[in-house]
Design a protein around this ligand. Structure first.
Ligand code: NAD
Length: 363
């Protein structure tokens, strides 16, 4: 089978959908891998590294799309890529079709088989191809928050771990899921005094056992959130209610009463954010002020670390890709109900109920 990987052309997207290890694996399984020249450079992967792993480098995106049995990407295709759609093409990438009616229609009209990373779901309800990005965003959050705290960056001039004889920063993490757990890990590793709040007591028990008293775990409710925020130097929002907008857990009035110079990092911004004043920001202008606090609300945090993000994503996608390449997409999906949930479009129809509902297209 021919697997082709074009360069990502969405604004500020530096990830690439395959690594040399992935190329090596597919070629070893008897497949041909075509990579567009320069596709890996944003993640510090050279054409030579791909070639050494067995890939063929093609000069243009057109060649990659035209040759592909399976077209592998990171982000959803943008309008200038729709011309490459054709019947029989299998597209494996993040699609987010519920928010993209035009893209959905283009895929349906061209009869593309679209398999979306974000709807692949395990029987445990976990999302194996979204989790790596939550891990990245979670680990980044305390690092970026600590950076915002520096005086030259407009922060209060507080060093997160402190030094002997001074207080470390108090970091509050709202939501101890994938992103929150990773935020706790890095914040605790930096020497902060960490409190995590979650409505799921089982999750808090696991975190309590893991940290053996080194962090505080608190049942999440408005009383405890207020108490924790009023003491916090940094609040990291990482809650998720699957399929719903994030609950607004920190009001404007609460921010008004927080410590001057406190920093609020809203990882849940892509679900509307869990602070009342959250609005999406960019890596170019990541922060804004609310009362005497600074908000950091970048919607694609993993974009700041494309190198790590590329490897984290492809580690997760490769087993599914290998199965699609080895067995053909149909047999691969039949054998794996989790991957079956990834199918969003096929043979001129939408095959995912929420996408059909959101786009008004035939299911
Ligand atoms: P997850 O499902 O693993 O964890 C969410 C946690 O929130 C769960 O433990 C849940 O019990 C908890 N929760 C729900 N309501 C709560 C409440 N009222 N108080 C406290 N806890 C509550 O989800 P995740 O993978 O960690 O994702 C978290 C968020 O991060 C999502 O919105 C996701 O889209 C987002 N995310 C953002 C970026 C970015 O770049 N900004 C990147 C990746 C993920």
């Amino acid at each position: 089978m021919k697997v082709a990987v074009p360069t990502e052309i969405k604004n500020n997207e530096f990830r690439v959908a395959i690594t040399p290890a992935g190329v090596h694996e597919l070629v070893g399984n008897g497949h041909e891998v075509l990579v567009q020249a320069g596709a890996g450079l944003g993640s510090s992967i050279t054409d030579e590294a791909y070639k050494a792993a067995g890939a063929k480098i093609v000069a243009t995106a057109e060649e990659a799309w035209a040759a592909a049995d399976v077209l592998l990407k990171v982000k959803e295709p943008i309008a200038s890529e729709y011309k490459y759609f054709r019947e029989g093409l299998v597209l494996f990438t993040y699609l987010h079709l519920a928010a993209e009616p035009e893209l959905t229609k283009a895929l349906v009209d061209a009869k593309v088989t679209g398999i979306a990373y974000e709807t692949v779901q395990l029987p445990t309800r976990q999302l194996p191809l979204l989790a790596p990005m939550s891990e990245v965003a979670g680990r980044l959050a305390p690092i970026l928050g600590a950076n915002v705290m520096l005086k030259p960056n407009g922060g209060p001039g507080l060093l997160v771990p402190g030094v002997p004889g001074t207080h470390p920063a108090k970091v509050v993490v709202l939501g101890g899921g994938v992103a929150g757990t990773n935020a706790v890990q890095v914040a605790a590793g930096m020497g902060a005094e960490v409190t995590v709040l979650d409505t799921n007591l089982f999750r808090l028990r696991e975190l309590d056992a893991l940290y053996d008293g080194r962090i505080k775990t608190i049942a999440s409710n408005s009383f405890e959130i207020e108490k924790a925020c009023l003491e916090a130097d940094m609040v990291i929002g990482s809650v998720l209610i699957p399929g719903a907008k994030a609950p607004k857990l920190v009001s404007n009035d609460l921010v008004k009463r927080m410590k001057p110079g406190s920093v609020l990092v809203d990882i849940a911004v892509d679900q509307g954010g869990c602070f009342a004043d959250t609005h999406a920001t960019t890596h170019a202008e990541p922060t804004f002020q609310v009362h005497n606090s600074l908000f950091y609300c970048v919607a694609n945090m993993p974009g700041a670390v494309p190198n790590t993000s590329t490897y984290a994503l492809t580690n997760a996608t490769l087993p599914y890709l290998r199965s699609i390449a080895n067995n053909g997409w149909h047999a691969a999906l039949k054998a794996d109900p989790s991957l079956r949930l990834g199918l969003n479009t096929h043979a001129g129809a939408v095959t995912n109920a929420p996408v059909a509902q959101a786009t008004g297209l035939e299911y």
